[in-house]
Design a protein around this ligand. Structure first.
Ligand SMILES: [Zn+2]
Length: 87
């Protein structure tokens, strides 16, 4: 459990925190799920986040504004989609 918590925090620090270093996902459909499971810096990984807004500022770049369900801390996560979407 502690190892998983540390890994989650390292993942959060390494990717997704800025548009220059977005988290790479295989498709847009997984973005909100990953954003919701992103651990809160205050509360840790035991509380899910609420997705407030999901926007597309560039063709392959997604911005997701979230807030922790426990403490309401707002955060912004950035994602990029690894492969073109098939609609
Ligand atoms: Zn929180």
């Amino acid at each position: 459990m502690h190892d998983r918590q540390r890994n989650s925090r390292e993942l959060l620090a390494s990717a997704g925190g800025s548009p220059q270093r977005p988290m790479v996902v295989p498709s847009a459909s997984v973005i909100e799920g990953r954003a919701a499971r992103s651990p809160c810096p205050h509360c840790g990984p035991d509380f899910e986040a609420r997705v407030l807004e999901h926007t597309r500022p560039a063709p392959r770049l997604r911005r997701v504004d979230i807030a922790c369900r426990q403490c309401s801390l707002p955060r912004t996560l950035w994602f990029t989609i690894a492969a073109p979407e098939l609609n």
